[in-house]
Design a protein around this ligand. Structure first.
Ligand code: SAM
Length: 263
């Protein structure tokens, strides 16, 4: 499980992407090392005295875990995009949001944990692979919890996505394009197995859903909503990618059918 050496990573990249794509990826990495894009501090941070800004690529997020090689990057969800998506998800609910645990898989510095606490979730949990980002998220939560919020039961865990504790009660997972298919695929397999052994569904909110075909292919999963939330001018200005919208897909993995024996 140790960190792979640059030579091993080069070998992995060659096997995964082939020579041409590997050279393009290396070129891009060198370019951003020498010409890093300036990323403004987000107004959310200035307003709340927290640190959730910045764009950090995988090479700056080493944890020593084998999944380091599959991290996309750290970049916080635009608040207006998240609020819009959460509203869409709430419209799909038959029960009460107060019964739900919100789980951010790859929570980074914890911006989404703070945004989610404006809703009356039973519990909010962020899981993050990078110890450095986990420490920043914890320090943010300490500042955030000095004011009252609709959910104050918030935890940050320094664990891999595949080890995220999924409660046996109503749960919604949020994933903001955290990792590539090498983590997404086993995570989906795990969710599928868990769903068959529980009595409540597992909801999945997938923002910037680059691996959507993998999720769409999960047997029995239902796509409840999909769309694109326009970002506020404030979020657009603070964005390193000149993004104007946040794309999302909302899924529900049904539980074991009633009266069926669990294998
Ligand atoms: C695009 S950021 C999203 C941050 C946060 N969810 C948000 O929306 O503001 C993705 C995060 O996922 C984390 N990540 C990537 N792979 C992971 C893994 N296998 N387990 C846990 N976290 C992971 C990255 O370190 C990064 O902080």
């Amino acid at each position: 499980m140790g960190t792979s050496s640059p030579v091993q990573r080069f070998g992995n990249a060659l096997r995964t992407h082939g020579p041409w794509r590997t050279v393009r990826i290396l070129g891009k990495r060198l370019h951003r090392e020498f010409f890093p894009a300036p990323v403004p501090t987000h107004p959310f941070d200035l307003e709340h005295g927290v640190d959730t800004s910045g764009l950090l690529f995988a090479e700056h997020l080493a944890s020593g875990h084998a999944h380091d090689d599959h991290i996309n990057a750290y970049w916080g969800t635009a608040p207006s995009g998240f609020r819009g998506i959460l509203e869409q998800w709430q419209q799909t609910l038959a029960g009460s949001i107060q019964d739900y645990t919100f789980l951010d898989i790859g929570c980074g510095k914890g911006r989404v944990l703070m945004l989610a606490s404006d809703a009356p979730f039973q519990r909010i949990v962020g899981v993050e692979l990078s110890p450095a980002l986990t420490a920043i998220a914890e320090s943010n939560m300490a500042k955030w919890s000095s004011a009252p919020h609709r959910c104050s039961n918030i935890d940050v865990l320094n664990v891999d996505a595949l080890a995220a504790p999924i409660p046996d009660s109503p749960v919604v997972l949020y994933i903001y394009n955290s990792f590539n298919l090498y983590v997404m695929l086993p995570l989906l397999e795990r969710l599928q197995a868990l769903a068959l052994a529980r009595s409540t569904p597992i909801d999945l909110i997938y923002a910037t859903p680059q691996q959507a075909p993998l999720v769409d292919a999960v047997p029995g999963i239902a796509l409840l909503a999909a769309g694109s939330i326009p970002l506020t001018p404030e979020d657009r200005t603070a964005c390193a990618f000149s993004t104007t919208h946040l794309d999302y897909r909302i899924y529900r993995l049904p539980p074991r059918p009633k009266n069926s024996a669990h294998q």
